[in-house]
Write a protein that binds this ligand. Structure first.
Ligand SMILES: Nc1ncnc2c1ncn2[C@@H]1O[C@H](COP(=O)(O)OP(=O)(O)OP(=O)(O)O)[C@@H](O)[C@H]1O
Length: 448
């Protein structure tokens, strides 16, 4: 098996062939090029790990070529061949990103160990880049499905702010993808190789949340036996995502404001300040402006956090995305439970599209998971949807006002009848009313 792929660029044919032969004997796969142009063309077509290039080429200078190759293929390592007495060329090439240089004719015994080292580094680099790009696909913007104008605008906005250090406030109903966006912003930022730490502020009591966020010294409170690092320290250099920020109590709001202004805080039970470098992303599904008006939320913190707001649309307001999102969940869950399910019927999709989706994408995900588990065929159909999907929102409300209590009753009866496929006895049983009462109501609402 080949130990890796090399490209030798040299116009001196005899020397090039000799070098290629030596390297092939060491189990490397070797490509050859007589000039820079041919070399670059080969790099375009093949995945090469290491390039060995002469400094003097007919159509380019090997030192400049190093820069060009590194710019397009950062994982490739380059060794330059310099003529005797031109050490300066070698040094400049290293400055331009070359791995090392060899003096032609002089260093034959050096070449194999050097190529081995360059090869190890190049292969490791390629692996890292591959993993990074996989990670980007898993946590980056690519993972956000949707082409509707509303979600496209939100993605564009998030991509623009991602590369900065600006605090971002992500707004949207529950399940609209606020955390997905926060992760994507982090992944697209210069902080991507540092930690991304997320915390749901509504999940902790006040004291516990303070210790989670800022850490504590041993003895700070009963049960604090050891010093503990807080999440701000864990996220140092990276990003912290504060979900459900509207739940933060007044003292913690003040502490957070201080972090935003000076990147400093005091741990519980500590006397000195701790300094961090953390980017803050926050989210809430509450109307924070209302909370400010009611004096539940500090206005200075609100304005500091709201420098850049991104509003995520509910899926009922971007119906065209429901199909593609549902499809991707079908693929995901079918693979997970090892079923051959290719998609869903038109009726299934129609029911998804007319539903109100109070839980947004999270609810859609759960509904698809359930349907995939229940499915015995190759296609999801409407019978796999739970009962609330049985009827579209009232089209046939007759003359009843939408606010009228009886309009709700009428709609509910319609839904239950759809569910029982017009079996009235079964409907009466589910509704927990007598069959005579059901007939009376059907007559009253014109549903006979
Ligand atoms: N556009 C999208 N494409 C694919 N999956 C998505 C999308 N938006 C959200 N999801 C998925 O939906 C689920 C809910 O998303 P997320 O947790 O980011 O929502 P949230 O707005 O933070 O919710 P909450 O307000 O309840 O914290 C996750 O499983 C996420 O992977």
């Amino acid at each position: 098996m080949s130990k890796g792929k090399l490209l030798v660029i040299d116009d001196e044919e005899r020397l090039r062939k000799l070098l290629a032969r030596i390297l092939q004997l060491e189990d490397f796969e070797v490509l050859e090029a007589a000039n820079a142009k041919d070399g670059l063309r080969k790099l375009d077509h093949e995945v090469v790990d290491v390039v060995i290039s002469d400094v003097k080429l007919p159509d380019a200078n090997g030192i400049e070529l190093t820069k060009t190759i590194k710019a397009s293929y950062p994982a490739i390592e380059i060794i330059v061949l310099t003529a005797y007495g031109t050490i300066n060329d070698g040094v400049t090439a290293i400055k331009n990103g070359a791995f090392d240089y060899i003096t032609k004719g002089d260093d034959n015994e050096k070449i194999i160990p050097l190529v081995n080292k360059a090869m190890d580094k190049a292969i490791l680099q390629r692996r890292v880049l591959e993993l990074e790009s996989k990670l980007n696909n898993k946590f980056g913007f690519d993972r956000i499905i949707g082409t509707s104008p509303a979600i496209t605008a939100a993605i564009k906005l998030a991509q623009r702010v991602a590369t900065t250090d600006t605090t971002v406030m992500i707004l949207g109903e529950t399940g609209t993808g606020k955390e997905v966006f926060a992760e994507a912003i982090h992944q697209a930022s210069p902080r991507s190789n540092k930690p991304f730490v997320a915390i749901n502020c509504s999940a902790f009591s006040k004291e516990l949340l303070e210790s989670e966020l800022f850490g504590h010294k041993a003895g700070a409170f009963t049960g604090a036996v050891k010093d503990k690092k807080g999440l701000f320290e864990e996220a140092n250099g990276g990003t912290i995502f504060l979900d459900e920020l509207g739940e933060l109590d007044h003292d913690l709001q003040a502490k957070l404001l201080r972090v935003l202004e000076s990147q400093q805080f005091i741990k519980l039970g500590d006397t000195k300040t701790t300094k961090v470098n953390v980017r803050i992303l926050a989210a809430t599904n509450r109307n924070l402006q209302d909370e400010v008006a009611k004096e539940h939320f500090r206005s200075d913190l609100f304005y500091r956090l709201s420098v850049f707001q991104i509003m995520l649309p509910a899926i009922r307001d971007r119906k065209q995305d429901i199909g593609p999102i549902a499809k991707s969940f079908v693929q995901y869950f079918a693979a997970k439970v090892n079923k051959q399910i290719t998609g869903f019927t038109d009726d299934f999709l129609h029911k998804l599209e007319v539903y109100n989706w109070p839980g947004n994408v999270r609810e859609l995900k759960n509904i698809i998971e359930r349907a995939v588990i229940l499915c015995d065929t190759h296609e999801l159909d409407a019978s796999l949807l739970p009962y609330e999907f049985d009827s579209a929102p009232a089209k046939s409300n007759g003359n009843l006002s939408a606010f009228d209590l009886s309009s709700v009753e009428k709609l509910h009866i319609q839904r239950v009848l759809n569910h029982t496929q017009s079996n009235r006895a079964e409907a009466a049983r589910l509704l927990n009313i007598g069959i005579a009462t059901l007939y009376r109501k059907l007559k009253e609402y014109g549903l006979e």
